[in-house]
Design a protein around this ligand. Structure first.
Ligand code: SF4
Ligand code: ZN
Ligand code: ZN
Length: 312
């Protein structure tokens, strides 16, 4: 057995290939918590008196982040931490996730707020997918509808709960995938907008922060395993339609062959971003003519989508 590089006493259970460290369970968990703390302080993500809502889907990353933040924020008694879940309406998937999210919140003593597509938009995601299928139109993918509607739902839920920060569990893997997706979609300037701390450009938008942006998904999973955290394991039934899956496989295979690739892409992105920001035009937002939410055009993207489905 190899001995832990940090405490030099216990047996190592995790090898961090990109740094060469071999860690025991206790030291591994400590490095994960320290790294989240460092990321929060490096990007000035959270303040000592913030009202914080963690977007919890019930999946591994968000539930684990909720556990880590609950621990970290204990040092800040004036912080108010809550969790928020959006029920998109995906049968045999989100219902289980909701129960898992609820159980974790109860265990941690964190208030849990839930909203749904049905409540906010009048339709579940399953109903939208069925509508598109029945019409035989070559519509958008379920993930395109889901992503756009969930973004709005999360913001509405956080704003109505009166929080200062909306915390999302985007990992290092998610961030690098998103960067490549933006390039594949021919929209490189979006890289300027996809930051660890999003700039607030309208009073109706709640600031989003991503404390796991430098954390490999594999390490989040191992932390959850060591801590015995309950999370949802089954994938979303619509997930296979996502182009993101191909990009994920490609990046995973590169990371496997060349440890540290994800970090290199992330830090390159950090270095490129200021140049892109100065090149990208400043976005001016107005209120959507239908729902009043901030948008660049006359109608916000969710209203446009729902109108195209002729359900508005
Ligand atoms: Fe929504 Fe697609 Fe994620 Fe499923 S995989 S929850 S449809 S974005
Ligand atoms: Zn150790
Ligand atoms: Zn709208």
């Amino acid at each position: 057995m190899t001995v832990c590089t940090l405490c030099e006493r216990k047996d190592a259970v995790f090898g961090r290939r990109y740094s060469g460290e071999k860690l025991c369970g206790i030291c591994f968990c400590k490095t994960i918590e320290d790294k989240v703390r460092k990321t929060i302080s490096k990007y000035e993500m959270l303040g000592p008196k913030d009202r914080i809502m963690v977007a919890v889907s019930g999946g591994k990353d968000s539930v684990t982040l909720l556990h880590i933040l609950t621990k970290i924020e204990k040092a800040f008694p004036e912080v108010i931490l809550s969790a928020g879940t959006v029920d998109e309406g995906i049968r045999d998937y989100r219902d289980e996730a909701l129960r898992i999210a609820e159980r974790n919140c109860r265990k941690l003593g964190v208030e849990h707020v839930v909203t749904s597509f049905k409540e906010l938009f009048g339709y579940e995601l399953d109903e939208i997918v069925e509508l598109v299928r029945r019409r035989g139109e070559k519509g958008l993918t379920p993930c395109s509808y889901c992503g756009v509607l969930r973004r709005k739902a999360l913001n509405t839920m956080a704003r109505e709960a009166g929080v200062d920060k909306l915390v999302t569990a985007h990992s290092l893997d998610d961030e690098t995938q998103t960067m490549l997706l933006n390039i594949v979609h021919g929209d490189p300037l979006r890289i300027a907008r996809s930051k660890p701390v999003l700039t607030v450009i309208h009073p109706k938008l709640v600031q989003r922060v991503k404390p796991l942006c430098q954390m490999p998904e594999k390490e989040v999973a191992f932390y959850a395993y060591l801590k015995g955290i309950e999370f949802q394991c089954i994938p979303c039934p619509y997930a296979q339609t996502a182009l993101r899956n191909d990009i994920r496989s490609m990046l995973n295979s590169m990371e496997h062959k060349h440890a540290g690739t994800l970090y290199t892409i992330f830090s390159s992105m950090e270095r490129i971003r200021p140049a892109l920001e100065s090149y990208a035009e400043e976005v001016k937002l107005q209120n959507c003519k239908l729902c009043g939410e901030p948008t660049v055009g006359d109608l916000c993207k969710p209203c446009q989508m729902l109108q195209e489905l002729r359900v508005l």
